[in-house]
Design a protein around this ligand. Structure first.
Ligand SMILES: Nc1ncnc2c1ncn2[C@@H]1O[C@H](COP(=O)(O)OP(=O)(O)OP(=O)(O)O)[C@@H](O)[C@H]1O
Length: 307
């Protein structure tokens, strides 16, 4: 469990995190979303005790990170590119970490197996691909068998197979009852991986919700209808607060009324429907809508320069 209570971080005159309050619960994957410069990395650094809050507090499993007698056993982290000595093997990299933190040697073999690196454990880590490097980073994060995992942009630069591997692993770790907190810019990835979301913009928490609610809140009342009698249905749907548009022959987008009402109306008039579906905003759209005001730089679609 991670608890941030009115936590702020100022660097000189610049506020990176501004009174953020949120809770990350065990047994679920919580996505940490926000535009560039929103304060995600700063928040993660404060959770990990790498940066001290200017005010407020953040705890992991009830204590500040540094207050734990064996922090590696409480929190495993995968922060940006891992510093691994290129000449050292995966095995020796993990062994060095284990020996300096009182973790038994056999755990090294366990985590190598867990991340699928047993076969290359004695090869130089310097020759590892990005995906193998991420696996090694995950192995290091899991070394202390921690109840809480924090991952900063874990799928950055990975190929689809690597992305899928991380997604499956995170879901499994959450199913084991661990707290999994993962930052990402890839909204579509979060839609497939996360159960909950903490959304941050300009250092403030602007949403703390389930992925489901986040999407449905941003979804307008829009229904897509396909029918060979589109003109007739369109006529019948005319009414206050209802707006019907058509992007293709036989296809209507109805704004302002639910799919059940559209279905009943069509049924009453014996109009056959080939498709009737509420249009859901994607997580991407929901995110853009919520964080629109929170973007530090707005890029002109035509010019491509920061506004
Ligand atoms: N050490 C620092 N000194 C001064 N300003 C900083 C420092 N670290 C971060 N900032 C500023 O604080 C703000 C938040 O940065 P942070 O890196 O936490 O955002 P982020 O959400 O992780 O962004 P990104 O997704 O681009 O990594 C930014 O405006 C950044 O320039």
């Amino acid at each position: 469990m991670i608890e941030a209570r009115a936590v702020s971080k100022r660097y000189g005159g610049r506020t990176a995190v501004d009174g953020a309050t949120f809770t990350v619960v065990p047994g679920a994957v919580t996505g940490f979303l926000g535009p560039n410069g929103a304060g995600k990395s700063t928040t993660i650094r404060m959770i990990m005790g790498l940066d001290a809050p200017t005010s407020g507090s953040v705890t992991v499993n009830g204590k500040a990170y540094a207050g734990h007698a064996a922090p590696l056993r409480e929190v495993g982290a995968l922060l940006e590119a891992k510093a691994v000595h290129p000449g050292r093997s995966a095995y020796h990299h993990l062994l060095a970490l284990a020996l300096t933190t009182g973790i038994p040697r056999r755990r090294v073999e366990e985590v190598l197996d867990l991340v699928g690196l047993t076969g290359v454990a004695h090869q130089r880590a310097g020759g590892f691909s990005l995906g193998m490097g991420q696996r090694l980073g995950m192995a290091a994060a899991l070394l202390g068998d921690p109840a809480t995992l924090i991952l900063d942009e874990p799928v950055n630069g990975l190929d689809p197979q690597g992305i899928r591997w991380i997604r499956t692993l995170l879901r499994r770790l959450a199913a084991e009852g661990r707290t999994v907190f993962v930052s990402s810019h890839l909204m579509s990835e979060m839609a497939l991986t996360a159960d909950h979301l903490v959304v941050i913009g300009r250092g403030r928490v602007i949403a703390e919700t389930s992925v489901r609610d986040f999407i449905s809140r941003a979804s307008a009342d829009v229904v897509r209808v396909r029918t060979p009698r589109a003109a007739e249905l369109r006529e019948l749907l005319t009414g206050p607060g209802i707006d019907v548009t058509s992007t293709a022959p036989g296809l209507l987008e109805v704004h302002g009324v639910g799919s059940a009402e559209v279905g009943l109306l069509a049924c009453r008039h014996a109009i056959p429907l080939e498709e009737l579906a509420p249009v859901e905003a994607s997580l991407e759209e929901a995110f853009m809508e919520l964080t629109d005001d929170a973007l530090e730089y707005r890029v002109h679609e035509t010019g491509g320069h920061p506004a």
